[in-house]
Design a protein around this ligand. Structure first.
Ligand SMILES: C[S@@+](CC[C@H](N)C(=O)[O-])C[C@H]1O[C@@H](n2cnc3c(N)ncnc32)[C@H](O)[C@@H]1O
Length: 241
């Protein structure tokens, strides 16, 4: 059993981390100093903003969900300020309170919800969903049985999911120099995740004809940990996941 594993999965570990470091995480996140990456496999990808720009370009409309929006809900606020109908959820109440403190104007757009359970949104509600650096905290059973099916369910036919995750197999422990602590994360293999998403009607979006972001994109963050990010589109033939 790894150091972060508990009977209920991995959330206890992240709750402890965000309870202690949520305010600092929010500050660092809003400075975007950790949002530029190294060893990126796609020439059009340098950081989070490139991903977000491509996501909203691919999406069929402007209603979106940030699933695991983090302390301060930086991306919910950013997209809201650009006129998107964007909502955010996070399992840790302190993270949502920090978002409401920092951005009172989006207070009613962020709420507590656990991605290991059914999501509090109707079928086919969103044009796009972003889920960045979250499933590293979710155990494989919940991911397969609930999280990925739910993210697919809430997407409209033709809707787009952006999924970023720590890439590999097993669990990695690293020293996080920004927060001065050791952290442990679940790693996931991209092919296995894509298989599950396909079962729920979502297929990989390949790189665009003019080199726009798509396909399997790899990069390394500052910790350093290897990541993968991709976009999938929900089949237009499906009305539910
Ligand atoms: C590394 S942060 C990423 C935040 C944000 N997506 C970003 O890219 O900056 C991971 C977030 O996932 C949240 N999280 C972990 N497990 C979760 C779960 N089961 N359901 C919802 N959120 C979860 C954590 O509370 C934390 O805010």
């Amino acid at each position: 059993m790894s150091e972060c594993q508990t009977e209920g999965g991995f959330l206890d570990y992240s709750e402890d981390f965000y309870r202690s470091h949520g305010r600092r995480y929010s500050e660092v996140s809003h400075l975007r100093v950790r949002s530029t990456y190294i060893n990126t496999s796609h020439p059009a990808f340098k950081g989070d903003m490139d991903l977000q720009a491509r996501l909203v370009e691919l999406a069929p409309g402007r209603k979106g969900l940030d699933a695991g929006c983090g302390p301060g809900a930086r991306d919910v606020h950013h997209l809201w300020s650009m006129g998107f109908d964007i909502w955010g959820i996070d399992a840790v109440q302190g993270n949502i309170l920090e978002a409401q403190r920092r951005h009172p104007e989006i207070a009613d757009r962020v709420s507590v919800a656990d991605l290991r359970q059914a999501l509090p949104f109707p079928d086919t509600f969103f044009d796009f969903v972003m889920c960045n650096a979250v499933i590293q905290h979710i155990d494989p059973e919940s991911l397969k049985a609930t999280t990925l099916p739910e993210l697919s369910r809430v997407l409209k036919p033709g809707g787009v999911l952006q999924l970023m995750f720590k890439n590999g197999s097993g669990v990695i422990s690293v020293y996080d120099r920004v927060f001065g602590v050791d952290r442990a994360f679940l790693l996931y293999e991209e092919t296995k995740i894509l298989e599950i998403l396909k079962e729920h009607g979502c297929d990989l979006i390949e790189t665009g004809g003019r080199g726009e972001l798509g396909g399997l994109i790899y990069f390394t963050d500052y910790k350093p940990v290897d990541h993968c990010v991709f976009y999938v589109r929900k089949s237009k033939a499906l009305s539910t996941g």
